[in-house]
Design a protein around this ligand. Structure first.
Ligand code: 5AD
Ligand code: SF4
Length: 443
């Protein structure tokens, strides 16, 4: 979501004459787009701000955007007096005005510093210019905010209440992205499957998007188990553009902890959804988020999470130590878990998840899969892309022309090697060429 928001901020500022640069010390304006989900992410903001202050030129403006801006606007202004602008995630369409407001006083002796952390009545989406396409795979935010109030989570406070963009607005943006060269769209939302634009839900939207000529791949993230309705599960079986990969966070495998987390679903509900998904799309790859050391988590609760992981067999997953967030119910719970227990549980959990990820990758060796090539690899003539299952796939082409030819395209690739975080492969046409060349030698 922050990658998407950062790109949209660049889109808003382009008509003002701003272009992106890689080096903060070059810039007239530095925007730090921040995340408040865990304490570590939030603390990073202040160290990063210090670095920018030390390397920037006189006159460079500094803006802090995103959820730390939303949650700690005044604190930022106090701790980092050199920050000019604080702008929350619902107000960044107003950046040109905020920059103007911060500017005049800069020229005179004093400085004006502006804070905009409103939840404006207008939707920022109505004010943003058309999104720029950078590469064959694009993000599209269709939903924001969350009404679920999981006990550990700040999102409902920083991103606000659940909001869905109208179907027509989403379709228009999607058509434009495809016309500009995107072949894959990832639909984004904090609670993307709570989408309820106009009358239809996410399933209806996916069916409509699938009709767009030239749109080859669809994905969506992040989902909540409670919103995985029958129609959405069915879409995984009958819309071929919808890729066989789903990030469906469960957070914990223990019903007692899920209840304390206010998740309003149990482990069995989750496993039932997985079963149904696998019935309609047997090869679907699964991913999840896990929190270890939520207040009250016993060894037995943790073991329930490990056992759920063993039964699902994930293709990949994200896992975190519980982090106390100010203002959330879990931060006031009595039975907080000691840091060393959290650390030990995280290590055990990640060891298991890494084993499953490698095993999943190894199961795809010798298989041919369509890969969307979307970036250059580190080595000469190497291109990298994604399999349908979201695996990173690297292929070394014969020369630069061949690499150019496949860049941005979906091409059949035979997987030749599996690693923890990626696959190696060769282009199917090369694999065939090589095997016909080898045949006479074998004979
Ligand atoms: N501590 C640790 N992890 C958290 N997440 C959200 N809030 C917290 C927290 N307080 C994790 C959840 C969520 C992911 C985006 O971040 O697993 O799904
Ligand atoms: Fe946070 Fe997701 Fe729970 Fe909403 S559903 S409160 S975003 S963890």
């Amino acid at each position: 979501m922050n990658v998407y928001d950062s790109a949209r901020m660049a889109d808003v500022l382009a008509p003002e004459g701003y272009v992106s640069t890689d080096a903060a010390y070059d810039a007239d304006l530095v925007i730090l787009n921040t995340c408040h989900i865990r304490e570590k992410a939030a603390e990073k903001v202040y160290s990063e701000l210090g670095r920018i202050r030390d390397s920037k030129e006189e006159g460079t403006m500094i803006a802090v955007a995103g959820c730390v801006a939303q949650a700690e606007g005044d604190e930022i202004m106090r701790r980092a007096p050199y920050v000019d602008i604080v702008v929350g995630p619902q107000s960044y369409h107003r950046l040109p005005k905020l920059i103007e407001d911060a500017k005049p006083a800069q020229k005179s002796k004093g400085r004006s510093r502006v804070v905009d952390t409103d939840f404006p009545a207008e939707s920022k989406f109505d004010f943003l210019p058309a999104a720029e396409v950078h590469g064959p795979s694009a993000f599209l935010t269709i939903q924001e905010g969350c009404d679920k109030f999981c006990a550990f989570c700040v999102v409902p406070y920083t991103r606000g209440v659940e909001f869905s963009r109208p179907v027509e607005a989403v379709l228009k943006e999607a058509r434009q992205l495809v016309a500009d060269g995107a072949v894959e769209l990832t639909l984004l939302g904090q609670n993307v499957n709570a989408y309820h634009g106009d009358d239809g839900g996410l399933a209806g939207l996916i069916r409509k998007l699938a009709d767009i000529e030239g749109l080859e791949r669809l994905r969506y993230t992040t989902s909540h188990p409670r919103d995985m309705d029958a129609d959405l599960i069915a879409v995984h079986g009958d819309v071929p553009q919808l890729m066989p990969y789903l990030h469906l966070p469960i957070q914990s495998g223990s019903d007692a902890i899920l209840a304390r987390m206010n998740r309003k679903h149990g482990a069995a509900d989750y496993l039932k959804i997985i079963d149904e998904l696998r019935k309609v799309r047997p090869d679907i790859a699964l991913s999840s988020d896990f929190i270890v050391g939520h207040p009250g988590e016993t060894d037995a609760d943790f073991e329930a999470t490990m056992s759920l992981i063993r039964s699902v067999e994930y293709a990949q997953a994200y896992s975190f130590k519980y982090s106390k967030r100010p203002g959330t119910p879990a931060s006031d719970m009595d039975d907080q878990i000691p840091e060393d227990v959290k650390a030990a549980r995280l290590t055990a959990l990640q060891t298991l998840l890494n084993e499953q990820q490698l095993a999943f990758n190894e199961r795809t060796v010798d298989i041919s899969m369509p890969v969307l090539f979307e970036r250059r690899g580190k080595l000469a003539n190497q291109i990298a892309g994604r399999s349908p299952y979201m695996q990173s796939v690297h292929v070394t082409c014969q020369n630069a022309e061949e690499a150019d030819q496949y860049f941005g395209k979906i091409v059949p690739v035979r997987v030749t090697g599996a690693f923890a975080n990626s696959l190696a492969g060769c282009l199917e046409n090369e694999a065939r060429r090589e095997s016909t060349q080898r045949e006479p030698a074998r004979a």
